[in-house]
Design a protein. Structure first.
Length: 279
């Protein structure tokens, strides 16, 4: 089924980039769940259901004050656990924290410039942490991040990303420009968490991106790994040159609606080739 559903327990999704979560609340829909993100008093990311338990007003319309999220309607304030900490219109201040006044909280975590959430409220036993790509803290690699929203279903987005032949036509001049067929070997193998395809022996690709990957014009190796590391499939793409990993990219796909998918890409590229590895 290519539509929003209940995400698996323990599944992690990218909700935004770290730089995108500033002093104001941020509304995000992740796996069909409307969330509000904000930073607490210690700067840590927090995710709550984007609905005030008082009058159902989106909490993302409010403001962050003293590390608490304040609703714009009646000024109710919520902490990182979703507990209500202030009700300005309440006479008896001792009755502030009641279960009915709590906003459902979701686990949130920040790493490698990404803010991840689990769109199932509460702590998930054995949930672990999100997948961490290698080289993100390696000074010999450059990091690039981008966010794209596609007006399409999840399956169509994944097929497009894994479709190698279209690049010569749609992206001609950037990566692969020749339209004459080039026969290469593709090795496909199953994994416990997905499937892997390795493209072996492709001549040095033409175009701007091709020159960055293989400046000498020799062969490159492309490996795509489709995994269920997260709720919706995640894709890892590895591009190698002379036995070295040149580019490693992580693409996470999160369904916002039945025909809307958010894709977050985080990629690292080696700054220079250096000498080829010893035989």
């Amino acid at each position: 089924m290519d539509g929003p559903g209940t995400p698996p327990a323990g599944a992690w999704y990218v909700a935004c980039f770290s730089a995108g979560l500033g002093p104001k609340p941020l509304a995000r829909t992740v796996a069909g769940t409307p969330l509000v993100l904000f930073r607490d008093g210690g700067g840590r990311p927090v995710a709550l259901l984007d609905r005030c338990p008082h009058r159902n007003v989106p909490l993302s319309c409010g403001a962050v004050r003293d590390g608490l999220l304040e609703c714009c309607y009646h000024g109710w304030r919520f902490d990182s656990s979703g507990r209500c900490r202030a009700v300005p219109g309440l006479v008896d201040a001792g009755e502030v924290d009641r279960r009915a006044r709590r906003a459902p909280a979701y686990r949130a975590l920040e790493q490698d410039g990404l803010v991840w959430v689990q769109p199932v409220p509460g702590e998930v036993p054995g949930g672990g942490e999100p997948y961490r790509p290698p080289h993100f803290d390696d000074p010999t690699y450059t990091t690039v991040r981008r966010h794209v929203r596609f007006p399409a279903g999840l399956h169509a987005c994944l097929e497009n990303a894994l479709d190698v032949p279209h690049t010569a036509f749609l992206h001609g001049g950037l990566f692969r420009g020749g339209r004459e067929p080039v026969e290469i070997e593709v090795v496909v193998g199953p994994r416990a968490d997905g499937v892997e395809a390795e493209y072996v022996g492709e001549p040095g690709p033409s175009g701007l991106v091709g020159r960055l990957l293989a400046p000498e014009g020799d062969a490159v190796c492309l490996r795509d790994v489709l995994q269920r590391l997260l709720g919706d499939p995640a894709r890892r793409r590895e591009l190698g040159h002379r036995g070295r990993e040149r580019v490693l990219a992580l693409y996470t796909h999160a369904r916002i609606a039945e025909q809307t998918v958010a894709v977050y890409q985080a990629a690292v590229q080696q700054k220079n080739h250096g000498p080829p590895p010893a035989a």
